[in-house]
Write a protein that binds this ligand. Structure first.
Ligand code: AMP
Length: 403
């Protein structure tokens, strides 16, 4: 059922959000975009006359236990997010320092229409990541309706993202607006994308992205590969890559992938030239050379101007674009140009009518750095979930509600 078709007035709505935000050492939220992204759903539900029970995870408390083996409640409490949400909504919120149990039950029964109760970090219970039924049933008992707007956690089969949905029928569960926008955007690239479809993949490691590359060769027309991972693929083709970052144990995988792409007639573009540096530092000496002839002692830290021009032409002539991963060490100003030119080309192609989706933490921050975020079709909040979905995998959080 669509959220707009559910009668919400007077109801208690259990809403799973993704408030897994970065915090500084004083536990201040340093980037509130994930909280901001949930506001349309939150405001809509409140305006319909319902009350809200918000649940989310924050960090990985179960992996970062204190020396005595207990959960570090002070570090990972959802309380750190409450003042940010309160500021963005211009509204007082309630918070309960548990996720299930008597305290939560009492707080829920005290809730009135238009009020919000934030539950404690779902991952304070090991049952969360096990997708435990009893834990999910308890969560489900707090709401008449379940809404999932946590796209960033949809690839996890957890109690609050997937199991809990089973305790609601089709008429009382739905995706939130953020989740739906993410799914609709991804669908444009998954089902009959407009051709030519160009995927731009960058970043540090082939090993992190090989599954994605392997799936993409089945659907794209052109695959542009930059970033450090390009050097593993270049070396697999016999290039001398100097001291560039490389995964020597992935050379076979890289060769197999290149052979598969060739057999499928997918055009794979690797950077023909590179900006190389004599150390991993913004103040390093730099040169522009062929990516096949990088001298020892030097490393490729960005794509070169010929590569950037070739990539740009390809992108600007495309109709569908997926971009994940930077072309170089964009965090250092001297090695950011390649990535910025890609951002430029994606914006130009979008202006010419292409559909463009940018996903993954680093590409989103690179896009923000370029000032072009508003000029692409969709900036995904999903990270891992986006990439899994675009590989054609079903996401447990999506399946549990049903498209
Ligand atoms: P990923 O998390 O896999 O998307 O990788 C992103 C990281 O890869 C960023 O921090 C970049 O600085 C880094 N990166 C990109 N290109 C290179 C390169 N040529 N050499 C070293 N690191 C790189």
């Amino acid at each position: 059922m669509k959220l707009e078709n559910i009668q919400l007035s007077g109801k208690k709505v259990l809403l799973r959000v993704d408030f897994n935000v970065p915090l500084d050492s004083n536990f201040n939220v340093t980037d509130d975009s994930r909280i901001g992204a949930a506001l349309p759903t939150i405001n809509y539900i409140l305006n319909q006359g319902a009350c809200l029970i918000l649940m989310s995870h924050l960090g990985r408390p179960e992996k970062k236990l204190k020396a005595d083996g207990s959960i570090d409640r002070e570090k990972f409490t959802m309380k750190h997010t409450v003042s940010t949400l309160s500021r963005l909504l211009k509204k007082e919120l309630r918070f309960v320092d548990d996720t299930i149990g008597t305290k939560v039950k009492n707080a829920v029964s005290d809730l009135r229409a238009g009020e919000i109760l934030v539950l404690e970090n779902t991952r304070f219970y090991k049952e969360e990541s096990k997708g435990d039924e009893a834990f999910a049933r308890e969560l489900a008992s707090y709401g008449d309706i379940y809404i999932n707007d946590a796209f960033g956690a949809a690839h996890r089969e957890h109690a609050s993202t997937a199991t809990v949905a089973r305790f609601f029928d089709d008429n009382s569960r739905a995706f939130g607006f953020l989740m739906r926008a993410e799914l609709e955007s991804a669908a444009k690239l998954l089902h009959n994308p407009q051709k030519p479809y160009v995927a731009i993949i960058g970043g540090a490691k082939v090993s992190d992205k090989i599954l994605l590359l392997d799936k993409l060769v089945d659907i794209v027309d052109v695959l542009i590969i930059g970033g450090a991972m390009a050097y593993t693929l270049l070396k697999a083709q016999g290039a001398k890559i100097g001291n560039s970052l490389v995964e020597n144990d992935k050379l076979d995988v890289a060769s197999e992938f290149l052979a598969k792409a060739k057999a499928k007639a997918v055009k794979v573009l690797l950077p023909q030239d590179s900006i190389i540096a004599d150390k991993f530092d913004n103040s390093a000496n730099v040169k522009i050379v062929s990516s096949f002839e990088i001298p020892d002692g030097w490393m490729g830290l960005d794509i070169g101007p010929k590569a950037a021009a070739e990539f740009k032409t390809e992108i600007e002539n495309s109709k569908s674009i997926l971009w994940n991963g930077p072309m170089g060490v964009f965090e250092m100003s001297n090695f950011a140009a390649g990535t910025m030119q890609i951002a430029d080309a994606v914006a130009i192609a979008t202006q010419k009518g292409a559909f463009s989706l940018v996903g993954g933490g680093d590409s989103v921050s690179a896009l923000n750095q370029s000032g072009k975020s508003d000029l692409v079709s969709h900036v995904s909040t999903g990270g891992g979930a986006t990439l899994e979905y675009l590989q054609g995998n079903t996401l447990p959080g999506v399946e549990a509600i049903g498209l």
